[in-house]
Design a protein around this ligand. Structure first.
Ligand code: HEC
Ligand code: HEC
Length: 152
């Protein structure tokens, strides 16, 4: 998994770097003590800010909350234990990270080089769904239904 890490650094640069740097410049000092405890795909020394943007990205791409992948804390059930691997969705998400990464590296390397961003992201497939749809929404059906809706 070691060589899979680099492209996620791209994500950091893109999501964490550009978008956040524009709004929250130089906040790094506050978060220097923070360190993730259990990263297997992302760089172990990732900043809290960069990790947060990736996590929010996952959440939005799948249309879920943090607890979809993260287990409850054993000591305080009102909190999540982000470092725990007890929720199996978390490991599945790791598998998906590696997959997304290799799709980009294998098939969309030029996009990555030219644009500095992934051509395929979690959102490309998930579109805000936990499980991506396998078929297109049936156009015929939709077209047949829409005019029947009241007020349209
Ligand atoms: C789709 C699944 C998924 C969702 C949703 C998700 N996470 Fe994660 N999160 C992961 C995975 C996978 C890792 C571990 C990444 C790795 O191993 O490199 C992780 C790691 C973390 C860590 C680091 C824990 C440690 O110390 O090792 C934090 C903090 C975290 N997530 C916070 C959040 C927050 C906050 C949210 C909601 C905004 C969230 N996550 C939503 C999958 C998810
Ligand atoms: C190429 C398309 C594709 C991409 C890109 C992709 N996924 Fe998925 N993902 C799927 C499919 C298809 C499934 C359903 C797999 C199944 O049913 O066995 C799935 C399932 C999942 C699940 C399990 C959902 C459940 O209900 O159990 C998680 C979590 C997940 N993906 C996270 C991610 C994350 C995080 C990313 C980005 C790093 C990502 N996926 C990128 C296609 C994709």
């Amino acid at each position: 998994m070691k060589n899979k890490i680099k492209p996620f650094l791209f994500i950091l640069t893109i999501i964490g770097g550009i978008s956040l740097a524009a709004t929250v410049p130089q906040q790094n000092t506050q978060q220097q003590d923070w360190k993730a405890k259990n990263l297997k795909v992302l760089p172990k020394d990732i900043s809290k800010k960069a990790l947060d943007s990736i996590m929010h990205n996952f959440k939005d791409a799948l249309g879920v909350k943090c607890n979809f992948c993260h287990a409850k804390s054993k000591t305080d059930s009102t909190k999540l234990d982000f470092a725990s691997d007890e929720n199996r969705k978390k490991n599945f998400a790791r598998y998906m990270m590696v997959m997304t990464d290799s799709i980009n590296n294998k098939y969309f390397k030029r996009h990555l080089e030219r644009h500095g961003s992934f051509a395929v992201t979690c959102a490309t497939c998930h579109r805000g769904q936990e499980e991506p749809a396998v078929t297109m929404p049936t156009t015929e059906k939709n077209m047949g239904m829409m005019p029947q809706k009241k007020g349209e």
